[in-house]
Ligand binder design. Structure first.
Ligand SMILES: C=C(O[C@@H]1C=C(C(=O)O)C=C[C@H]1O)C(=O)O
Length: 283
């Protein structure tokens, strides 16, 4: 039997979910991690070279008929996310005619920025997608959107730019959760390998629970790999949510409705959560 290929975002944001994942619970060749940035994972899932894992929630919405969402897992925030920033030379209200450079690693946040600019600031700036090089982005544009560790690193610099946290802006204008990534699984895997998928899902839930209960171990690892203080990582990880509740779903569906309204999605996606008790799906 071929292995289930599981995506793994190469950012520090997912460490609490993967840190205590016990590979030794599975036979050799049953599961394999594929570490990539979100846009690569999105593509791999769409092409079928990756079977499941965290993908941009926007990508789930774009291709939702092919996927189901695994329950109890996401990368979300209710307010500040702390790793998705618009850096700008001018206040956001003055970006109406501006040029904004967008990281090429994101799908959710670049479309969230469009929603925020169009709907909340009645602005239609020009956008250009670029490799995530902060200095080069700011050299050619008035503002730059970065996500993940690129955004964390840039936010630690004393560059003097205005900084807007997209999770915070979304919350201020909607009062809702913002779901940045969901654990999607290709439908043929829910049908073809439900038992193994159930074991992997349980292992993720176990690892998440332990990661949050023993956050100091995750914090120490993040500090070792990326720097900054233990206090920073504690605030960062406790500010993120890794759950997927009905409230998360409500926020996500509103995001999809906004995206469809602006023509960023063909239609508002239906969020279908995998029913772990049977081979059938249920919302
Ligand atoms: C919180 C984050 O969530 C993410 C944002 C994503 C996106 O914009 O497409 C995708 C996956 C997550 O890594 C982050 O990257 O900082």
């Amino acid at each position: 039997m071929s292995s289930i290929k599981i995506g793994k975002i190469t950012f520090s944001n997912i460490m609490p979910i993967y840190h205590f994942f016990r590979m030794d619970q599975f036979d050799e060749h049953q599961v394999e991690f594929i570490p990539q940035v979100p846009t690569q994972l999105n593509r791999g899932m769409a092409e079928g070279t990756i079977d499941m894992g965290p993908i941009s929630s926007f990508e789930y919405g774009r291709n939702y008929k092919e996927y189901e969402v695994l329950p109890g897992l996401s990368i979300s925030s209710l307010g500040k996310v702390r790793s998705i920033f618009l850096f700008s030379r001018k206040p956001i209200e003055e970006l109406k005619e501006a040029k904004i450079a967008l990281t090429d690693k994101s799908a959710t946040s670049i479309n969230l920025l469009r929603i925020i600019m169009e709907k909340f600031y009645q602005a239609s700036p020009a956008y250009e997608t670029m490799p995530a090089n902060f200095e080069k982005m700011m050299a050619t544009a008035d503002a730059a959107l970065l996500i993940g560790d690129d955004a964390l690193l840039a936010s630690w610099n004393n560059h003097g730019y205005y900084m807007y946290d997209l999770g915070e802006l979304w919350y201020q204008h909607t009062g809702l959760w913002m779901v940045f990534a969901v654990w999607a699984v290709r439908r043929e895997v829910t049908r073809g390998k439900p038992e193994l998928l159930r074991s992997i899902h349980n292992e993720f839930l176990h690892s998440k629970k332990k990661g949050l209960a023993e956050l100091d171990a995750v914090v120490a690892q993040a500090k070792k790999e990326f720097g900054a203080t233990a206090e920073f990582w504690k605030v960062y990880y406790t500010g993120l949510s890794y759950d997927f509740t009905l409230e998360h779903k409500k926020g996500l569906e509103y995001y999809y409705a906004c995206a469809a309204d602006l023509g960023l999605l063909k239609e508002p996606a239906k969020v279908e959560v995998w029913n772990t008790d049977s081979n059938k799906s249920a919302v």
